[in-house]
Design a protein around this ligand. Structure first.
Ligand SMILES: [Zn+2]
Ligand SMILES: [Zn+2]
Length: 149
């Protein structure tokens, strides 16, 4: 456990990664709590501060930052890739209607890994888990919910 924590810490500031203004602004965008923006959403925000930045540049920087372990790349649902600043193991729930993504409190569900280990001859090293459902907004505006009785 300690080893894993140290590794994440070490990854948080990789040696040799130049912290350009672009990268700093991109990270700031991802720092906002509860956000899991697409590259496009990051671009829309960052270009308010750097008007001549291109989507390609934002995309490349997101790749560099995720390869350096400073952000996580998420493949959730069928939509575009999302980016997450929270590096610790946590789970997501996405709305099947509007695509909204939230962090799911609780976990890690360590016992799930134990179960998998017990049932497989693979050397299990981890898992990806994603929940889906209807967010509160979509649930409230769903026709089924509005019909009385
Ligand atoms: Zn929704
Ligand atoms: Zn997250």
């Amino acid at each position: 456990m300690v080893t894993i924590m140290n590794k994440v810490q070490a990854n948080a500031k990789p040696a040799g990664l130049r912290m350009t203004r672009q990268r700093r602004l991109i990270l700031e965008e991802l720092d906002a709590p509860g956000r899991h923006p697409t590259a496009d959403a990051v671009y829309q925000q960052v270009r308010r501060r750097i008007p001549n930045i291109s989507l390609g540049t934002v995309y490349r920087n997101l790749e560099v930052l995720s390869q350096a372990g400073m952000i996580r790349k998420l493949h959730i649902g069928s939509g575009q890739k999302r980016y997450d600043r929270k590096l610790h193991k946590h789970y997501h729930v996405h709305c099947v209607q509007c695509g909204r993504i939230s962090d799911l409190p609780g976990g890690p569900f360590g016992d799930l890994e134990e179960v998998a280990r017990g049932n497989s001859d693979f050397d299990i090293i981890g898992y990806e888990l994603e929940f889906e459902g209807l967010c509160r907004q979509c649930k409230d505006s769903s026709p089924r919910q509005r019909e009385p009785n």
